[in-house]
Write a protein that binds this ligand. Structure first.
Ligand code: SF4
Length: 219
């Protein structure tokens, strides 16, 4: 089921629901659910696949080795991690870091949908195939795999929001294959350019856009 309106009236309510969620079997093996983190007025949202062992331990997204690579990549292009909102398609760690199952993704999807509706980002960066497929499918577009899809900015209508999507590889792929690190940085730079232009699109209901530089000045 796809929501076009968040059923959570606040971030606090949403995060609380995630932390206590038992909607799928992943809750049985988790130490901590990982809702996501970042400013609640961030203009960029990064979506990965699922928490790993360190994330499960700490209850924070992208804090393991792949997360450190992502953070460094963001910093290297002048887009501080503290300026973006980071989350995953599923909020609890799949055992052994296996890929989340379809039914787990479906059970968890209302949370990510609600996060997108609350945040109303200008640009979404999808990290890897699971996140790319989730976003493109919900935007009514065909997902052709990250290798084919990356390298471009897509203008989409997602849950009633017009926004840009930049698909890229998962940082874990760049961690294990250093030749892919420039690919990750190149795509993140593409997302930064969207922010600097103020976004190519706006929410149907009329949220204004703001440049990254304006946003950073406020910090
Ligand atoms: S993965 Fe999502 S749906 Fe499953 S228990 Fe965790 S928060 Fe709930």
């Amino acid at each position: 089921m796809i929501f076009t309106q968040t059923r959570f009236s606040s971030w606090e309510e949403l995060e609380n629901a995630i932390k206590h969620c038992t909607r799928c079997p992943l809750h049985r093996s988790r130490k901590n659910a990982v809702p996501g983190e970042g400013p609640k007025d961030a203009r960029a949202m990064l979506i990965g696949e699922a928490p790993g062992a360190t994330e499960d331990e700490l209850g924070r997204p992208f804090v393991g080795a792949a997360g450190r690579l992502l953070t460094m990549s963001l910093e290297s292009i002048g887009l501080p991690r503290s300026s973006v909102y980071i989350t995953n398609v599923v909020k609890c760690r799949p055992p052994g870091n296996r890929e989340p199952r379809e039914e787990e993704i479906e059970a968890c999807s209302p949370y990510l949908e609600s996060q997108i509706l609350l945040l109303k980002p200008i640009v979404i960066v999808t990290l890897g195939n699971v996140a790319g497929k989730w976003v493109f499918t919900r935007a009514g577009m065909k997902w052709g795999g990250v290798t084919r899809m990356r390298g471009k900015v897509y203008e989409v209508n997602l849950l009633g929001l017009k926004l840009s999507v930049v698909p890229t590889i998962h940082p874990a792929a760049a961690l294990y294959n250093p030749s892919l690190r420039s690919t990750l940085i190149e795509d993140l730079r593409r997302a930064k350019e969207v922010l600097e232009k103020g976004g190519s699109a706006q929410e149907s209901s009329g949220r204004g856009t703001k440049s990254l530089l304006d946003y950073l000045k406020k910090k």
